[in-house]
Design a protein around this ligand. Structure first.
Ligand code: NAD
Length: 351
């Protein structure tokens, strides 16, 4: 192992760490990291993520840097994957030292993405939802759903859930997971039934289509909508009319205008950047009756913050391994020497 060994958190380590720490505890800590990075938004290198699209999904790279550290996430989105036993979203990510360009930290990010997406939803809801919010409607009960529910409980104390999914097996799975966690779960008969009387609605459905999971007639005054499933060109969840019923808040407008719900709207459709709300440069919720909409697509700075949080949290624990990822010749110009030294001697002579 060289001095440049990279710390690596694999699936076994992250699941053990998450089980030991508890999702709610992690979400609270991660919100602090993500919010801190949103507050220093202008210093980051930012670009819309780079997507490679196919008929069935997308593979994306999400890079950013704060000038000291660089990070990226590799992530896919394949809504039809569960039908063949694969997940819709999988990911891994890296942190690197800007001074040398050397990677320092490498992690699985399928679990970490669920944690960071839940932490981001809860962070935004803390700022935008009505402070007396008590009920969460969860439309789409797949991979992200339990994490989303736990994050809202950790940040806002919400224990009452109204759930809906077109797949009864997904709802049954959610109930199996949520009941032992002490949630009070109402199993709805439709999306409309689920959102009735809810204070916050989270849509986390997956369909590579312009879907209308929610229509304008379902939206009540004062609701906060957290739309996380529409995150790709041609993949939306909200009827466009909903976007004119309230105020729309986004991560990075250049990415959200391509990928978010607002792809349905004209290019100059008014939005508010979340970081400006966190730095008090823009208003968030201004009245109890206001409808607030988080048009979430997932941005690189959230992954950067999540990687930093995980790296710091596992420091000094046994929840990571060291991997020899970077070749490290003692003479930095003699990379060939490493190959030469590794040659297996060929035995000569003998009969
Ligand atoms: P998943 O495939 O595990 O779950 C999606 C669920 O949505 C499934 O159970 C499916 O049956 C249900 N569904 C599909 N159409 C529906 C409909 N019309 N009404 C109700 N339910 C419906 O996917 P996941 O990993 O939970 O991700 C959910 C969505 O969130 C995906 O679209 C994913 O791309 C997106 N996502 C966004 C972010 C973000 O930061 N915004 C992060 C991660 C995932």
């Amino acid at each position: 192992m060289t001095d440049n060994a990279v710390r690596f958190v694999d699936v076994k380590n992250i699941t053990r760490w998450a089980a030991q720490q508890g999702v709610e505890h992690i979400v609270v800590g991660m919100i602090d990291y993500i919010e801190a990075d949103f507050r220093r938004w202008p210093i980051f290198d930012k670009c819309a993520r780079i997507g490679s699209h196919s008929d069935v999904g997308v593979i994306e790279l999400m890079p950013t840097s704060d000038g000291q550290e660089y990070g990226f996430k590799y992530v896919n989105g394949h809504p039809s994957n569960p039908a063949s036993g694969h997940q819709t979203v999988t990911a891994f990510g890296v942190l690197a030292d800007v001074a040398t360009g050397y990677p320092t930290f490498w992690a699985e990010m399928t679990v970490l993405t669920a944690l960071r997406t839940a932490a981001t939803s809860a962070m935004v809801a803390k700022h935008l939802a009505r402070p007396d919010s008590a009920t969460l409607a969860l439309i789409g009960n797949g991979t992200q759903s339990e994490f989303q529910a736990l994050a809202m409980r950790a940040a806002l104390g919400i224990n009452s859930l109204r759930i809906w999914d077109t797949d009864p097996a997904a709802m049954a799975k959610f109930i199996r997971n949520a009941k032992p966690l002490g949630f009070d779960v109402y199993v709805a008969t439709s999306a409309h039934d689920a959102v009735r009387g809810a204070d916050i609605i989270t849509t986390s459905t997956a369909d590579k289509a312009s879907a209308t999971i929610l229509t304008a007639n379902m939206i009540e005054p004062g609701m906060h909508i957290n739309a996380i499933g529409g995150d790709c060109p041609g993949k939306t969840e909200l009827d466009a009319a909903i976007l004119t019923m309230g105020d729309v808040f986004v991560e990075f407008p250049e990415q959200t205008r391509i990928e978010g719900e607002i792809q349905q709207m004209p290019a100059d459709f008014p939005i508010t950047e979340l970081w400006r709300v966190f730095t008090n440069e823009a208003a968030g919720r201004t009245s109890p009756d206001q409808v607030t909409i988080f048009d979430s697509v997932g941005f690189a700075i959230e992954d950067f913050a999540a990687l930093r949080y995980l790296r710091d949290a596992v420091d000094g624990t046994g929840d990571y391994a060291l991997v020899d990822l970077i070749a490290n010749p003692s003479d930095p110009k003699n990379l060939f020497g490493l190959v030469a030294d590794a040659r297996v001697p060929v035995l000569s002579g003998g009969a």
